[in-house]
Design a protein around this ligand. Structure first.
Ligand SMILES: C=CC1=C(C)c2cc3[nH]c(cc4nc(cc5[nH]c(cc1n2)c(C)c5CCC(=O)O)C(CCC(=O)O)=C4C)c(C)c3C=C
Ligand SMILES: [Fe+2]
Ligand SMILES: [Fe+2]
Length: 338
């Protein structure tokens, strides 16, 4: 699909519609709702790149029956009065950004790549709000095909059904954007000022199959770059921080080191206290609140660790709203609004 883009030096004026897109999450912490969510999410060809018929069999005969119940238990542990944390934090971030940028002539909507509110709904809401230009931001600081690019697929598929497609900008990663690095560093510094500094900071990023790195996905390198820049900004020496990848899925090799193995090794190196941070997750979700803050804590303590703290994601904190506003600023300015 050819998207009409804003042209340099020829920016159309008028209201801009900003769409924040996150992954999606089950609408209840029940095996049925979790299976429905996983079926849509894991059937995306960018998620699992093996022949479709083989994957169909594995997904429907093994993954969904086995994982539905287990994941539902995990979701139950983190569920809130406002539903799934990923949804609650994403909506709160979108609302706060809307309050911040509304006076600049921007409408803000939040959509999920899988489930609801859908990308189709989000784009339609922006059109209803009178947006004459659209800017889409996948809420993933580091680019990966199964996270960032699949958002582009879905936006393109929806707009291919529109008669009039306004100018659209698809934003990419912001893994080394100074405002992002500053926001992550500030959030770690303020957490440590409040709760104490464990002396070692472990950055944990969602994993990807190792094959995707060989095939040119920049995700691995972008995660490293983010961690180096944040560590530099905090003035950390090389023995005061590390990087690992979590959430391995299936039996194939994924990006290494694996977070659980890294944590189990740390006490053997004499590191018995660790602060965990997951800057690849814009908002807290199952992967941070359950896997990192809960399950991996036990891994570290069982291996001889003593202190384990999790630094929350940026969520809807004002530092995150500032960051989002900064990423969108060039598009507001182009309309003479900011
Ligand atoms: C099938 C393999 C998976 C790939 C590849 C993958 C990439 C990927 N995912 C995120 C962000 C999130 N993933 C989340 C959950 C999650 N991810 C997978 C699998 C792959 N992800 C599964 C099976 C699950 C569900 C968890 C479970 O059942 O145990 C989440 C949290 C969702 C929530 O509801 O809270 C996020 C966020 C990225 C950024 C990414 C590529 C880099
Ligand atoms: Fe994932
Ligand atoms: Fe996980």
């Amino acid at each position: 699909m050819a998207l009409r883009r804003f042209l340099p030096g020829h920016q159309p004026r008028g209201k801009v519609g900003l769409l924040l897109v996150n992954l999606g999450t089950p609408d209840a912490a029940t095996p049925r709702a979790v299976r429905r969510y996983l079926r849509e999410f894991l059937w995306d060809p960018r998620m699992v790149e093996i022949p479709r018929w083989i994957w169909w069999l594995i997904l429907n005969l093994a993954v969904l029956p086995l994982r539905g119940g287990r994941s539902a238990q995990a979701y139950k542990r983190i569920w809130t009065e406002r539903g799934s944390p990923l949804m609650a934090h994403s909506l709160a971030l979108g609302a706060a950004l809307g309050r911040r940028l509304g006076p600049n002539g921007a409408a803000v909507e939040v959509a999920m790549r899988y489930g609801t509110p859908s990308i189709a709904d989000g784009l339609a809401q922006l059109r209803e709000a009178g947006a004459e230009r659209l800017v889409v931001l996948p809420l993933y600081p580091q680019y990966a095909s199964p996270s960032t690019a699949t958002v582009y697929d879905a936006v393109g598929a929806e707009l291919s059904r529109w008669r009039y497609v306004p100018p659209v900008v698809l934003l990419g990663d912001y893994h080394d954007h100074p405002a992002y690095i500053e926001a992550v560093a500030a959030s770690i510094a303020s957490f440590r000022a409040k709760h104490g500094d464990s002396g070692f900071l472990l950055f944990s990023f969602h994993g990807l199959p190792e094959a995707s790195r060989r095939e040119g996905d920049p995700y691995h390198d972008q995660c490293h770059r983010t961690a180096v820049l944040v560590a530099q900004s905090l003035g950390l020496a090389s023995d005061q921080w590390g990087l690992a990848f979590q959430s391995r899925f299936g039996r194939n090799e994924w990006l290494k080191p694996y977070c659980v193995e890294y944590l189990a090794e740390l006490p053997k190196r004499g590191v018995r206290a660790v602060d965990m941070v997951c800057p690849g997750f814009a908002v807290d979700c199952l992967e941070t609140l359950d896997e990192i803050a809960h399950e991996n804590r036990q891994v570290f303590l069982d291996a001889g660790g003593e202190t384990y703290q999790y630094v929350p994601a940026l969520n809807a904190e004002s530092v995150h709203v500032d960051l989002m506003a900064e990423l969108f600023r060039p598009f507001l300015e182009s309309a003479g609004d900011a």
